[in-house]
Write a protein that binds this ligand. Structure first.
Ligand code: SF4
Length: 103
């Protein structure tokens, strides 16, 4: 469910809004989930939607330090950055090398 205002979202998680402001120039939408209980636990974990199951969908995601995945991201981020850079280099040269016409 979307927050009514940006200020409402900022009251809940000011550090994350600041982090996004500092990192992303695109427009950002803030939502909260009615299935989250007062202990920050999912009340319908077995039936959570795919977006929740996939989160964080990659180790380059923007995560605040308070996120449970933050330590994991810190550990795997160097390798993820190296793989990401390698993929960009491969794609660059793939586009530069003419494709063979023989099979
Ligand atoms: S895991 Fe998904 S469904 Fe469960 S509380 Fe978090 S956002 Fe809501």
């Amino acid at each position: 469910m979307p927050y009514a205002t940006r200020e409402e979202a900022s009251e809940v998680y000011p550090e994350y809004l600041q982090l996004l402001d500092d990192t992303i120039s695109d427009e950002v939408y803030f939502y909260h989930c009615p299935k989250l209980n007062d202990c920050n636990r999912c009340t319908d974990y077995e039936n959570r939607p795919q977006i929740c199951r996939d989160f964080p969908d990659n180790p380059l995601s923007i995560l605040p330090e308070s996120c449970g995945f933050y330590q994991w991201r810190q550990q795997v981020q160097p390798v993820a950055l190296m793989l990401h850079a390698t993929l960009e280099i491969l794609n660059y040269y793939r586009d530069k090398i003419p494709q063979s016409t023989s099979s």
